[in-house]
Design a protein around this ligand. Structure first.
Ligand code: ATP
Length: 382
């Protein structure tokens, strides 16, 4: 291509729009070339007239039944989320355990273990206000802090929940993003907001006009939302497209560990990569188990931070016998079967494996929610 021709291509007006270029300019040449009349003289009026002949468009491919069903299934879920509010996600009866920010980290751990919970809203009784969420990430930060500050370990039992902000600052980690919503917020709106923020939970905070105070009603998790969908939207059955086809989940650069990796190293990886689990594999890549961030709570409950030099194998062996185990699926599975599993069991993530149990990918609940809310949205808007 000559230099002139290159310039021509750059200045061609968009189809159907009049050009303001001079006829002798390269743009004019391009116009004629386009129609296969190379060398023909073009009058300015030709260029000003909107073109009537448009390039024939390829006829749209007929939609395959599997694509149509997927689209219908996703639409049904979104329509459902648009007519439900956050309050409706909560079960008929539930408990809320709120922790006062004046508690020590050790006390909070004991409560978490006793009540079998992995996160709790914080309450500042000096101001009678909601003070954020305590999650397992806070404990991971504490572990990393004492790992760098072994000299301070003797005072670990005195560490208060209010000190966690200092720990974050010291480690230079961003405070966790939280998106609270009022219980009346439309579920779809609350979820879109959550998606933008990368928060994993939504505390429902309501305002009491009598006392003029805010109070936390509950916290909704990704699992609870997906379970709510699984229980109420029959069209989840239509989401038959295999994971491989919809490219759902993470397949590249999966953070893995072996049974011999130390818990401390796994914690570092989870914090740095901002993930909540690490699959445990053999040297060949066969999936053996999954180390979860919540496993750290069990290990820390004795207050013995020395236990973190444990290997992953030892930590997994110390799990409660009632641990539900891990959930797996294959690349051929669609969200229909995955929703079926969510309907029946308390799933927090799925490991994607092949028929020989080789680890292929990780499917998190966040990945599923993102797909449900976002997939095909651009097409629908255009
Ligand atoms: P949570 O499980 O805490 O509710 P989540 O559903 O967002 O949150 P994460 O484990 O934090 O799940 O995963 C965040 C992203 O990282 C997801 O896209 C997930 O596929 C990916 N991911 C999860 N675990 C790993 C891992 N071990 N290696 C690489 N990527 C991972």
């Amino acid at each position: 291509m000559t230099e002139n021709a290159e310039a021509t291509r750059m200045s061609t007006p968009p189809e159907g729009q009049p050009s303001t270029n001079h006829p002798a300019s390269p743009a004019a040449t391009a116009h004629t070339t386009h129609h296969g009349h190379e060398g023909t003289f073009v009058r300015p009026s030709d260029l000003l007239r909107p073109r009537t002949v448009s390039r024939p468009k390829a006829p749209p491919k007929p939609e395959r039944p599997i694509d149509r069903d997927e689209r219908t299934g996703l639409k049904a879920i979104r329509d459902f989320l648009r007519v439900r509010n956050c309050y409706e996600v909560l079960p008929l009866s539930f408990r809320l355990i709120e922790l006062d920010v004046g508690l020590t980290v050790k006390e909070s751990l004991n409560i978490m273990v006793q009540c079998n919970i992995v996160s709790a809203p914080l309450w500042d009784s000096t101001t009678s206000t909601y003070a954020g969420l305590l999650t397992v990430n806070d404990y991971l930060n504490v572990v990393r802090y004492y790992n760098l500050h072994a000299d301070k370990l003797k005072d670990v039992d005195k560490l208060l929940l209010t000190d966690l902000k200092e720990v974050e600052k010291f480690l230079n980690v961003k405070p966790p993003e939280t998106v609270s919503a009022s219980p009346e917020t439309v579920l779809y709106d609350a979820l879109r907001k959550q998606l933008l923020s990368r928060a994993r939970r939504i505390p429902l905070v309501s305002y009491d006009s009598d006392t003029q105070r805010t109070m936390v009603v509950s916290v909704i998790t990704q699992y609870r939302i997906l379970k709510f969908i699984a229980m109420n939207v029959k069209e989840t059955e239509m989401l038959r497209k295999p994971l491989e086809m919809i490219k759902l989940g993470t397949y590249g650069n999966i953070v893995r560990c072996s049974m011999d990796t130390t818990v401390l190293d796994v914690i570092d990886e989870m914090v740095v990569k901002n993930i909540s689990s690490v699959p445990v594999v053999t040297t060949e890549g066969v999936l053996l188990n999954v180390f979860e961030a919540v496993d750290v709570i069990e290990i820390l409950k004795t207050g013995d931070y020395g236990n973190l030099t444990w290997t992953v194998g030892k930590a997994l062996a110390a799990r409660s016998p009632t641990h539900p185990g891990i959930y797996c699926c294959s690349l051929e599975d669609g969200l229909d079967t995955i929703f079926d599993t969510i309907r029946k069991s308390r799933v927090h993530r799925l490991m994607i494996v092949d028929e020989n149990n080789y680890l292929k990918g990780v499917l998190s609940l966040g990945d599923i929610l993102h797909y449900i809310l976002v997939e095909g949205q651009e097409d629908a808007q255009s």
